[in-house]
Write a protein that binds this ligand. Structure first.
Ligand code: G6P
Length: 603
């Protein structure tokens, strides 16, 4: 959510910043801006909308200079407008600042600055930063001293980068909560809120820790705490992993990522690589053996993965298992102590709700395990143990491959926990065997693509769609409905099939299509009667079920024959495709849906 980029070196900063912003656009895309230092001036270009618009402005009026910062925004304080977009400056435009996160005491600071004659031009919380910096410089501090004073006075979570006309090629960056990394090149340095976005520029990076400041010039970087005490940091090496990999011949990243799933699952599941990663983690078995309850946490798609993981762990482990939305966890409604295992599922590893839930659990003595796609993310570094979903960069905001990769790790972890906690060994073996078939099943499900394309034409004109299922099929229905609403803006809701008649059925008529998921062999009969209830009310119903199953008056779309426990892998695929093709049919922006961001770093 919001992206920061910075460059100081021997080349022109503008193209590096604009390219960097394209890499970061997934973090927020309602406005963008850059500031470039040119001897006696800081020059700024800003635009609402996409980075492409900013790039056009830069093409018509290039900014020259070798040091600069940039930002792509997802509006929190103040609507998406040029005035609210970053960089923000002091009145004389000698200081420019970009900021991610939220300044919680911005109202007090704004008042203090206004009382001291400062005028504000935006509605943002971020604008207090350049003015406060200006105030401290005018009170006699140099750029660095004033920056340190400023960050000490800010409350909330933030990543900040700042340049100053009078400080040469210097960029100062600070982190409290929101991530920021420094990339070191030859005679050039990069700053970014995201490792991947600079991974094609350098393979040497420093991850800024909480309450740390980086002072960057083209030839060196120094680190300190907020009081200016020096900190020694060792760089990490990263593998080249350009974020801006092409969509590989697909029309959208989402479609490419849906098609990547069999390959990713093969590498995560065959040879039980993930399971051996988990087993080889020192002390893990020892740390979890006292566990008497497990909470699985996540947001959005990651929460849906956590729900399915919860079903698997309940099937395997003799302890209480509960999936909770991360944003609901820290309110004190759940019992957490040193016998609690908390499994946080997060693709980005940065989701604020998930991180604060993890923190809440850690403070109460729980063992925390992160399942994440992002090495060095806060979820990775702040958890007791972390396992990676290794599915490569997910560019589309609507998550697909990360979801099934999260399932793969959760199932493997479930088998591991079953063994550690004295669970049902026969069931563990059953799950393990079923997992071996998952890759082939997902591949077969992709064979439904043409059928989903045709079906999508039918849904594109709908106002509401209801998804129903029971148990893990309900979770799949929930994920299908989430995909549909995220990228088509059609109101799509999932209900546990049996619950539909207790209220929501009042909404069913001939204009409300129903999509059912029915993969559990013991539940086909119940599904049949629930489907009858909606069909008799005029609904057009479609059911995703295994080959050989039929339902009266309902179009059945047949999925590969599979064990019910692993059905969530292959049954979600046609629902992903259905949402994708409905979005295409409606002419929506598939990869960057309105109002959403790929990583949400505010609570
Ligand atoms: C946002 C995204 C969702 C994602 C959720 C959790 O809401 O739009 O697609 O599922 O965050 O993200 P995480 O990175 O924690 O998995």
């Amino acid at each position: 959510m919001c992206g920061i980029i910075g460059y100081t070196g021997k080349s022109d900063a503008e193209p590096v910043l604009v390219e960097g912003l394209r890499h970061l656009e997934y973090r927020g895309y309602d406005s963008a801006g850059i500031a470039v230092l040119n001897e006696d001036k800081i020059k700024i270009h800003k635009s609402t909308g996409r980075v492409d618009t900013l790039a056009d402005i830069c093409k018509n009026s290039p900014l020259r200079g070798c040091t600069g910062i940039g930002h792509t925004r997802w509006a929190t304080h103040g609507r998406a407008s040029a005035a609210n977009s970053h960089p923000h400056t002091n009145s004389s435009k000698t200081i420019a600042v970009v900021h991610n996160g939220i300044i919680e005491n911005h109202t007090e600071l704004r008042q203090f600055l206004a009382d001291n004659g400062y005028k504000f031009v935006s509605e943002t919380d971020s604008e207090v930063i350049p003015h406060l910096l200006d105030y401290h410089i005018k009170s006699g501090g140099d750029f660095k001293e004033s920056f340190l004073k400023t960050v000490r006075e800010l409350k909330g979570s933030f990543a900040i980068s700042a340049v100053c006309r009078d400080a040469g090629d210097k960029i100062l960056s600070a982190r409290k909560g929101s991530p920021i990394v420094i990339g070191e090149g030859e005679g050039e340095m990069f700053v970014s809120s995201d490792i991947y976005s600079i991974s094609d520029k350098t393979d040497v990076i420093y991850v800024l820790g909480d309450n740390e400041v980086a002072e960057i010039s083209r030839d060196c970087v120094e680190f300190s705490d907020f009081d200016g005490n020096k900190i020694t940091k060792t760089p990490s090496e990263i593998k080249h992993n350009s974020y801006l990999e092409e969509a590989g011949g697909y029309d959208h990243y989402m479609l490419k990522e849906i098609h990547e799933q069999p390959r990713i699952l093969k590498s995560l599941l065959s040879g039980e690589k993930t399971l051996s990663d988990i087993k080889n983690t020192p002390f893990l078995a020892e740390r979890v053996k006292r566990t008497d309850k497990i909470y699985l946490l996540g947001c959005g798609t990651a929460y849906n993965a956590a729900m399915t993981g919860g079903i698997v762990m309940r099937y395997l482990c003799p302890v209480n298992v509960c999936a909770v939305m991360a944003s609901e966890f820290a309110g004190g409604f759940y019992d957490v102590d040193d016998k609690t295992l908390v499994i946080a599922v997060t693709q980005s590893g940065e989701t604020a709700d998930t991180l604060s839930a993890m923190d809440f659990a850690a403070k109460r003595g729980a063992v925390t395990v992160a399942i994440t796609n992002t090495q060095y993310s806060r979820a990775d570094t702040e958890s007791d143990f972390a396992f990676y979903t290794r599915c490569g960069r997910e560019v589309s905001v609507a998550s697909t491959k990360a979801y099934t990769a999260q399932l793969a790790v959760l199932y493997s972890f479930g088998v591991f926990l079953c063994n550690c906690l004295g669970g049902d060994v026969k069931r563990a073996e059953e799950v393990r065997e079923a997992l071996l078939k998952v890759t082939a099943d997902v591949h077969l499900s992709l064979g439904l693509e043409e059928e989903m394309k045709t079906l999508a034409g039918h849904y594109a004109g709908c106002r509401d769609i209801y998804y129903i299922g029971r148990g893990s099929d309900f979770v799949t229905a929930t994920e299908g409905a989430l995909k549909m609403k995220e990228i088509t803006y059609i109101h799509s809701e999932a209900y546990p099939m049996g619950e539909l008649k207790h209220g929501p059925i009042a909404l069913i008529d001939r204009d409300t299509p129903v999509i059912a998921v029915d993969c559990h062999p013991d539940l086909h009969i119940k599904t049949e009667s629930n489907l009858r209830e909606v069909v008799t009310r005029g609904a057009d119903a479609v059911c995703f079920c295994p080959d050989g199953i039929t339902h009266n008056g309902v179009r059945c779309i047949h999925l590969p024959e599979t064990h019910w426990i692993t059905a969530p892998f292959s049954s979600v695929v046609p629902l992903q495709l259905l949402a994708y093709y409905t979005s295409v049919a409606k002419g929506c922006d598939v990869d960057k849906p309105r109002n959403l961001a790929k990583s949400v770093t505010v609570e």
